[in-house]
Design a protein around this ligand. Structure first.
Ligand code: SF4
Length: 315
């Protein structure tokens, strides 16, 4: 059941990210509420990972970032990272220090963030690792000695050990096969729920969104094409782009790597989006209006959609 909507935990307001004056993220607004799983989804280059990095204060040095990112109504500060916002990167191995045993890494993090003593920090580390199902022998090992799935468990424990309000996971299962990917995402969602943390999941995988997210924002060319409850956005998409992504999903039985959506045409080069809708050159529903005017967001059938002709196929 979706969590109750009160004040947002995270509010992203008019986020713009540009490189040399060329916009890669072009005015993104969304909110994440306590306890929910919110997905940012789209093709490669849509701006979802860049958005996630900006939330964490990790946008590239060459990026110009404007807009507001509020956590509990106040701007996110570097002190929030690791304490109130935790990150799970694409590459689990890179998140773990190769020169420390897994358990020691978590204990160090607990000591530095929570200021606990050595014994209490180690106990907290062991609890967090055990909660992810990692055996004590694996917890006492160095990261290179662990399997990919074990490392993912360790990274989830590391993200949650200091009780964050929000976990930002950027394509956390890209390197895993479908079975492991599903197990890791289930574990991540369940551990976040048990810890009371919201999860912001950045992914290209619509099936993962369908199974694990409460709400989703579909990004195209640095803008949100559609945002709403997953059962509406993926069950009865209003935006032609969402429909196109769903139609591009491979049928069951195809290999894992073919899960990346493949649409006809290519996304626009940043800075070359023109006056009209950025999706117009690829959109089967495009009209003259679409090529002339950029559609602003509107509320349609319980979700926000940026399209002049939403729900065309569904009505
Ligand atoms: S505004 Fe027009 S071109 Fe853009 S998605 Fe909607 S129908 Fe397609």
């Amino acid at each position: 059941m979706p969590p109750p909507r009160t004040n947002p935990l995270l509010a992203v307001d008019a986020l713009h990210i540009s490189f040399g004056g060329v916009g890669a993220v072009r005015g993104i607004d969304f909110e994440v509420y306590a306890g929910e799983v919110f997905a940012l989804v789209g093709e490669s280059g849509a701006g979802k990972s860049l958005t996630a990095r900006a939330l964490l204060g990790m946008a590239p040095r060459t990026a110009a970032v404007s807009g507001r990112v509020l956590l509990h109504g106040a701007p996110v500060t570097p002190a929030d990272l690791g304490r109130r916002i935790a990150r799970i990167p694409q590459d689990a191995l890179s998140a773990l220090s190769p020169v420390h045993r897994v358990e020691d890494q978590l204990a160090l993090s607990v000591r530095s963030v929570q200021g606990l003593g050595r014994r209490e920090a180690r106990a907290a580390a062991r609890r967090a690792l055990a909660d992810t199902g990692l055996a004590p022998e694996a917890a006492a090992a160095y990261p290179h000695a662990l399997s990919g799935g074990m490392r993912q468990r360790a990274v989830i424990a590391l993200a949650l050990v200091n009780g964050p309000d929000l976990v930002v996971a950027d394509e956390p299962t890209t390197a895993l096969d479908p079975d492991r990917r599903e197990r890791v995402l289930t574990l991540l969602r369940e551990r976040c729920a048990a810890a009371g943390a919201a999860l912001l999941l950045v992914t290209h995988d619509l099936e993962a969104v369908r199974r694990h997210a409460d709400r989703a924002a579909v990004l195209y060319a640095g803008r949100i094409a559609e945002l709403g409850p997953v059962e509406r956005v993926l069950g009865r998409p209003a935006a032609p782009y969402t429909r196109a992504l769903l139609a591009a999903l491979p049928t069951a039985g195809l290999p894992h790597r073919s899960r990346l959506p493949v649409l006809a045409g290519a996304p626009p080069v940043p800075g070359a989006t023109g006056e009209g809708c950025a999706f117009a050159p690829r959109c089967p529903d495009a009209t003259a209006l679409c090529h002339r005017e950029d559609p602003g967001p509107r509320t349609v059938d319980g979700r926000r959609v940026a399209c002049h002709h939403p729900l065309r196929e569904a009505v």
